[in-house]
Design a binder for this molecule. Sequence first.
Ligand SMILES: NC(=O)C1=CN([C@@H]2O[C@H](COP(=O)(O)OP(=O)(O)OC[C@H]3O[C@@H](n4cnc5c(N)ncnc54)[C@H](OP(=O)(O)O)[C@@H]3O)[C@@H](O)[C@H]2O)C=CC1
Ligand SMILES: O=C(O)C1=N[C@H](C(=O)O)C[C@H](O)C1
Length: 255
Amino acid sequence: MIRVAIAGPRGNMGKEAVKMVMMSSNFDLIAVLDSKETMIPFSCPVFTDLDQLITECQPDVLVDLTSPELGMKHTTLALENKVHAVVGTTGFSERDLEKLKNLCEHHQVGCIIAPNFSIGAVLMMKFAEQAARYMSDVEIIEMHHDRKLDAPSGTALKTAEMIGTLREPHQQGHPDEKETHPGARGASLDGIRLHSVRLPGLVAHQQVLFGGNGQLLTLRHDSFNRESFMPGVALCIEEVMKRNTFIYGLEHLID
Ligand SMILES: NC(=O)C1=CN([C@@H]2O[C@H](COP(=O)(O)OP(=O)(O)OC[C@H]3O[C@@H](n4cnc5c(N)ncnc54)[C@H](OP(=O)(O)O)[C@@H]3O)[C@@H](O)[C@H]2O)C=CC1
Ligand SMILES: O=C(O)C1=N[C@H](C(=O)O)C[C@H](O)C1
């Protein structure tokens, strides 16, 4: 049994993760970390202090599903205490990722950062990476619920990074184009345009558009609920236990 602690148990993702871990015969939910001492609809110790949780409960793995600043704080503390970390929280900077990688190496402990836990989204990213070899003009439209804190999404950034490994950086659109309304052309990552839509009713959706002469290739993935992420969370908990390295992206765990 892997001893699992979850940070953010009342959140959209945290709720599903608690359910998944409690239902699993491989995992033992030993504690949760919350922002305040609230009533939770399941029997499990609730902590508001991660130091105390680690000392008293000694988890094997901390799963973080909170917010960018907290996720960084929790994951740093977990790794410093040699607790493996699975991080679904998005919004980390390149500097944050580098720092976590160094902590893994220094403390010889595993950490998996998964910008998207759903298999379909990971396949979309891998297909996009392949398509970029042949079609190098690409724009990403990500669409999420309006409670999301970070933009662009972790998935969109990871997709752009993966495409970037096979696409020469270049400016897209007209060389003289001007935004009469700032932001109209979205963010730019080496010329790849990223557009973030936030609307009530949405969960997590992304389109990757490749344009060529007389043609358009659209790769699209939709998560209609948070259950779609849970097989990925379970895989990461199992895999992180076998490692003492830093992994950024679920694509490194599937063939
Ligand atoms: N990798 C993936 O596949 C996915 C990643 N995500 C990411 O996961 C993160 C969480 O998303 P989501 O569940 O929608 O967000 P929510 O806002 O629904 O949940 C975040 C939870 O964290 C809690 N929290 C706040 N402070 C603390 C604290 N100090 N300790 C512990 N918990 C705390 C919040 O509590 P309170 O309400 O009291 O503030 C809230 O319940 C985001 O970064 C999101 O981008 C989301 C979906 C999939
Ligand atoms: O906040 C969300 O909801 C999601 N966040 C992740 C991201 O930023 O890509 C994963 C998924 O898109 C849902």
